[in-house]
Ligand binder design. Structure first.
Ligand SMILES: Nc1nc2c(ncn2[C@@H]2O[C@H](COP(=O)(O)OP(=O)(O)OP(=O)(O)O)[C@@H](O)[C@H]2O)c(=O)[nH]1
Ligand SMILES: [Mg+2]
Length: 329
């Protein structure tokens, strides 16, 4: 054992030896991995711990399978804010780091894979709205069915590809392969036709760890591979590159519009917006306010997308992001 390990490590190591069940051992092993100082002298030890961790992880999975226990299930997460986006990707690609960087959530982040095993929700502010992000366990042969259930229910999939990986292109195909096995097909976030077979989900790709030495080249390769099949944006939680533009990209990925309303006679001031699917009409906005208003109103005035400010428009006028509406009965 290398010298200069902290006393907490020695203490945890003793508990590890005394632990009986693989679950308990796995729990303590997590602590041990976090406690080892990262330098050349501990490299062998860290590799050794990772190996033990992988073995124990498998043991626990096997046991659960035998018992027929499916572990905890999280089949549904209530939608909040302007839209629900799942962070999806292979082990260790940086899902939890991204959630922690752009929301107040505090997910577990670790340099070893499979550190996330339950969903964590965070709200990402963008201008005057909030976008709901769900950090998920990774895609692998161990992925539990509820992970795919949550992916099927969300409004947009953010597929994370690690740009520091040896082959991001292969990672992309592996990730798409796992989704395909679960009968989930990803399409460009602009796609309108979401007809099956299986579940068709709108998606965009986030290239993570763009600060890594080969990241720029890997990004180019990935872009060439994807062509224009998906939008791809590069981010780094370390250098914060790309994080400033992420909100807009995710907002655009959601295909929604923000519409503001005011009463006749009130000043032109934008309060909190209604968020509706792109392509919604003024009648849809009225319905979002109140069902009766939708039946009752005669016309609306629009400030924003219309030809001139305050223009009178018909019930089927399609609203744009940022429009301010005034209903007249
Ligand atoms: N260089 C660099 N490393 C990063 C970045 N983002 C995350 N990492 C590192 O990548 C490792 C994995 O990060 P996580 O956020 O735990 O990855 P994950 O996808 O949630 O992993 P699992 O939950 O195990 O699937 C950690 O060691 C992070 O510090 C980044 O932008 N740049
Ligand atoms: Mg994670």
């Amino acid at each position: 054992m290398p010298a200069n390990l902290p006393p907490e490590y020695i203490e945890a190591e003793l508990r590890f030896r005394a632990a009986k069940s693989p679950e308990e051992k796995l729990e303590i092993l997590r602590e041990l991995m976090a406690l080892v100082p990262k330098h050349k002298g501990t490299e062998k030890l860290r590799v050794e711990l990772k190996r033990k961790w992988a073995k124990l992880q498998e043991e626990v999975q096997q046991q659960q399978k035998k018992k027929g226990s499916r572990g905890p299930a999280y089949d549904h997460i209530e939608r909040e804010g302007a839209g629900q986006i799942t962070l999806v990707g292979l082990p260790n690609c940086g899902k939890s780091s991204l959630l922690a960087a752009v929301t107040n959530a505090k997910p577990e982040i670790a340099e070893y894979p499979f550190s996330t095993f339950r969903p964590t929700v965070g709200m990402m502010p963008f201008e005057d709205i909030q976008i709901q992000l769900i950090d998920l366990p990774p895609l692998s042969e161990f992925t539990e069915p509820w992970v795919y259930s949550l992916i099927r229910q969300c409004d947009l999939v953010a597929l994370l590809i690690d740009l520091s990986s040896a082959s991001p292109g292969e990672d992309l195909f592996t990730a798409l392969g796992w989704l395909e096995k679960a009968r989930i097909r990803l399409v460009h976030h602009h796609t309108r036709d979401l007809e099956g077979p299986g579940t068709v989900k709108r998606a965009l790709i986030i290239g993570t760890k763009s600060d890594a030495p080969d990241a720029a080249q890997h990004l180019q390769e990935l872009q060439a591979l994807i062509d224009s099949q998906y939008r791809i944006i590069a981010v780094s939680t370390l250098s914060v590159e790309g994080l400033g533009d992420l909100g807009r990209a995710l907002f655009e990925g959601l295909n929604v519009v923000r519409v503001y309303t005011k009463k006749p006679g009130q000043p032109l001031k934008k309060d909190l917006p209604y968020v509706l699917p792109a392509g919604s009409t003024v009648t849809d906005v009225a319905r979002a306010i109140h069902k009766e208003l939708a039946e009752r109103f005669a016309y609306a005035r629009v400030w924003g997308s219309s030809e001139f400010p305050g223009q009178r428009v018909e019930r089927n006028y399609i609203v744009r992001d940022g429009d301010l509406l005034e209903f007249h009965e």
